[in-house]
Design a protein around this ligand. Sequence first.
Ligand SMILES: *Cc1c(COP(=O)(O)O)cnc(C)c1O
Length: 480
Amino acid sequence: MNEMEANQFREFGKAMIDYTAEYLENIRDRRVLPTVEPGYLRPLLPDQAPQLPEKWEDVLKDVEKIIMPGVTHWHSPRFHAYFPTANSYPAIVADILSGAIACIGFTWIASPACTELEVVMLDWLGKALGLPEVFLACSGGKAGGVIQGTASEATLVALLGAKSKAVAAYKTKHPELKEADIISKLVGYTSSQSHSSVERAGLLGGIKLRSLEPDSSNRLTGDIVERAIKEDIESGLIPFYCVATLGTTSSCTFDKLEEIGPVCNENDVWLHVDAAYAGSSFICPEFRYLMKGIERADSFNFNPHKWLLVNFDCSAMWLKDPTWLVNAFNVDPLYLKHDQQGSAPDYRHWQIPLGRRFRALKLWFVLRLYGIEHLQAHIRKHIALAHYFENLVRGDHRFEITEEVLMGLVCFRLRGSNDVSEALLKRINGRGVIHLVPSKIRDVYFLRLAICSRYTEERDIDVSWKEVKEAADEVLLAQK
Ligand SMILES: *Cc1c(COP(=O)(O)O)cnc(C)c1O
C-alpha cells in the first residue's frame, strides 16, 4: 500500500499553507467573480476516481488550474455581496488541529476538552460582547452557550425549545387537551424583514409563524407584536415564540428589542434574538446601545463566522434555560450514556445533529491571537469604511442612500425608477471588477454594498466607488 505517510503529509501540508497564504495575500489581483459557464468543471476531470494514488504535487497543481477559475473570491476587497464571512489565519490553523483530533464531541466523555472549552469560550465571548450574566454558564445557573453550525439552526433550535415549553405549560393548565391539539394552536411571530431561515424554521418546526409588517422605518415594534398576540389569543390560538432581528439581512435594520421584550415576557412568549451579522459589533461598547433590552430575551444568537474572524462554521447561541431543549431533544440510548451525565452539558441535546466538530478551538485561537482590542479594531475599521463609501455616494446627487448606515453595510440606489438601479447592478456585476447583490423593501429596489474582506482599505473603496460611478455613467447615457 502506498498511502500518504507522515513525511508526505508534512510536505503537502507546508506547501498548502504556503499556497493558502499566497492566495490570500494576493487575492486583490484575482477577478472577484469567475467567468466560467455552468458545467465548466466536468470536462476538466476524469470520468472516475483513480485506481492508484496520485502525487500530491499534481493535486495541488490542479487546484489552481481547475478549481480557482470557478471560485468566487469572498475575501477579495472587491467582494461586497451578502454579508462578510470570516477568514483568519488563527481560525484556519485551529481547523487543522480540529482535523487532527477529529473527535465527535456529542457527549462530555466523547472528548471532555471539546465540551469544556466550548463552555468556557462561550462565556469569554459572552463577556466580550457585554451579554448579561443571565446568559452565561459562569453565572452558576442553568444558562449557557453552545456553538451551532449556523444561525438558521439556532432559530430552529430555539423554536423547538419554545414549542416544548409551551406544550408543557398548556398541558398543565389543560390536562384534557391532546398534545397535537395544542401544537395546532401554537403561533409565533417575526417580521417580514427577518431572514428567510426564520420562515423556514416555522415550516420545519411544523407550527404557524406570522410574518408581521414592520413600522415605516422597517423595524418590528412592541405595539405590532402586542397587537398580533391579542388578536391570536382572541381567536383561540396560543402565542409562544417571537424572533426579533438585530441587523436585518436586507438593510441592517434593528428591531425595537426594548419594546418587544416586555411584550413577550408578559405573554409567556419565548423571545429569540437573531443578530447573525451585527452581533459581532457588540464587542465594541459604543454599539451595545443597539442591543438594549437583551436581558428580556430567552435566547440570543450571532455568527462569529460572519464578522468576528472565525471561519465558518461557528454560530454562537446562548440560552437562559436550555432544559427545554434538552427535554425536547433527549433520547438516551445505552451507547451514549456515561457516568458523568449531568455534570457538564451533553451538547448533543442542544442541537439537531448528533455529531459535532471541535469548533471551540477556532474561537480560542482567534480570541487569544487577536485579543479583544484587535477584534474591536476590525469592526470599527469596517464601519468606518462603510461611512467612507456612504460619503462618496452622498457627494453624487444622482444617488440616494436608502437606509441609515450603522454597521458595515451601505444601501443605495440611483434616484428614479427601479429600472435604472436594476440596470446599474447588472452593469456593475457584468464589468466583473466588484460584486454586489440587490434587495427590495416595499417595492423600492436598492443595491447593498457590504464591507466584507479583512484586507479592505480606503483605496479599495475608491476602486469600488469608481466602478459604481462609471457604471452609472454608462447606464444613464444609454437611457438618454
Ligand atoms: C446571515 C443571516 C442569517 C443566516 O445565517 P446562517 O448562519 O447562514 O444560517 C440569519 N439571520 C440574519 C439576520 C442573517 O444576516
